[in-house]
Design a protein around this ligand. Structure first.
Ligand SMILES: Cc1cc2nc3c(=O)[nH]c(=O)nc-3n(C[C@H](O)[C@H](O)[C@H](O)COP(=O)(O)OP(=O)(O)OC[C@H]3O[C@@H](n4cnc5c(N)ncnc54)[C@H](O)[C@@H]3O)c2cc1C
Length: 382
């Protein structure tokens, strides 16, 4: 059989899973190439712990070059254009052709969508998380706002996790009574994706910790050098530390390739994650997989990874003449409650009628499961 070329754009959760799965099924006459602009990728789920000094960047990252041991070739380069008619990917290293293309470039952040947000803080990428960590090291009193701009954003529980993790840190540092904490979300409840019971539970848990939850209020502007925030419900609040969750968009590269659907994300067939062009798949944060309630499947590593496994399998199956798999939408996501306890949302997100998702309350066991996951991720076991 003539060798096939499988190109994967993006070496995050989704791209690595797709490349590894296809590689494990195929003989070496087939080429599996993983293209990413970076040498290492970072486990964003550990950033709430990184900002309080409980994790180091080196311990929450993995080297894409080490995938060579598993037969996946990593090329470190910026993908500049994709030509779906000519079936080529152009990068700073030249142009390469492909038989199968997996698009996994994640979501891009539009920091300018909320005027003034660049004066505020964030923890949604490594650079912003490091800057916030430096600020928090000397932060001892005042008002903290954690403010979501719009949906969808990566990992629906992350802003609430970050609030409870900061609260836990302020307690252990003995400064909690001098700090007033607020979280703002544009949604009608925290974790709307997990349904009203989970939303009510999380709100209660936050309020018990003295964290005020404001719903129906996305941040629309940050002013006064990052010391004041305005919200979509008309409120405006002064603060000593404003932390925003940026507006997420599909990378421009996808728009230029003409791959975006009406949702603003790459349109795919939910069961197979195929884009509207032959031989092209889009997985992870860059796509929109609609759930029965009309919302998109949450942008989370757990789904990027299982989508990658499905697509990696199906590409290899197409080459080998085997049966394809269907993407199930079954998954779970940790919700850290500070540095000792963790809860979990789990279920069938693509169930008919509405997502069948439950919230597992926080426990020390749940936190240990999160720590285990971090270790497995670093070693490419997940
Ligand atoms: C603070 C935070 C906490 C989170 N917590 C969790 C959690 O607890 N559980 C969970 O499941 N998910 C969590 N997530 C979400 C999770 O990180 C993402 O959903 C996941 O990383 C998406 O995977 P992906 O493969 O689609 O994209 P990404 O992981 O974003 O990877 C995309 C890759 O593509 C590369 N790339 C993009 N464009 C180009 C280009 N033009 N050329 C070359 N390379 C390119 C990038 O360098 C990047 O490495 C969290 C996210 C954040 C920000």
């Amino acid at each position: 059989m003539a060798g096939k070329k499988i190109a994967v754009v993006g070496g995050g959760f989704g791209g690595v899973a797709a490349a590894r799965t296809a590689r494990a099924m195929l003989g070496l006459e087939h080429d599996v190439l993983l293209i990413d602009r970076n040498k290492r990728t970072y486990l964003c789920g550990s950033f709430p712990l990184l900002i309080i000094g409980e994790r180091e960047a080196s311990k929450v990252s993995r080297s894409l070059g080490s995938l060579a041991k598993r037969g996946v070739r990593h090329v470190q380069t910026e993908v500049e254009a994709i030509d779906t008619d000519a079936r080529t990917v152009r990068s700073s290293e030249g142009t390469l052709d492909y038989d199968f293309l997996v698009l996994a470039p994640g979501a891009a952040y539009d920091w300018d969508a909320v005027p003034g947000a660049s004066e505020a803080y964030s923890f949604y990428d490594l650079a912003s998380a490091r800057r916030l960590r430096r600020k928090l090291a000397t932060f001892r009193k005042g008002r903290v706002l954690i403010a979501i701009s719009s949906v969808p954003y990566k990992c629906p529980p992350a802003p609430f996790e970050a609030a409870m993790t900061l609260e836990w840190d302020f307690q252990r540092r003995g400064v909690r009574s001098d700090i007033d904490m607020h979280v703002f979300t544009p949604e009608p409840m925290p974790l709307a994706v997990a349904g009203p019971d989970a939303g009510a539970r999380l709100t209660r848990d936050m309020e018990r910790r003295g964290i005020q939850v404001h719903t129906g209020a996305g941040v629309t502007e940050v002013a006064t050098d990052g010391r004041q925030a305005a919200f979509s419900d008309g409120q405006s609040l002064d603060a000593d530390l404003v932390i925003t969750i940026p507006t997420h968009r599909a990378p421009e590269l996808m728009e230029e390739a003409g791959l975006l659907g009406p949702s603003g994300w790459v349109h795919v067939t939910p069961e197979t994650l195929e884009a509207d062009r032959p031989g092209i798949y889009a997985i992870g944060d860059v796509n929109n997989v609609p759930m029965a309630n009309g919302r998109g499947l949450p942008k989370a590593g757990v789904f990027a990874s299982s989508e990658g496994e499905t697509v990696g399998h199906n590409i290899a199956a197409a080459i080998l003449g085997e049966e394809p798999r269907r993407f199930s939408g079954v998954g779970h996501c940790f919700v850290a409650y500070g540095g000792t306890k963790g809860g979990m949302i789990r279920g069938e997100f693509l169930a008919g009628g509405k997502p069948n998702v439950t919230f597992q309350p926080p426990s020390a066991r749940g936190y240990r499961a999160k720590e285990r996951f971090e270790r497995d991720w670093r070693r490419f076991r997940v």
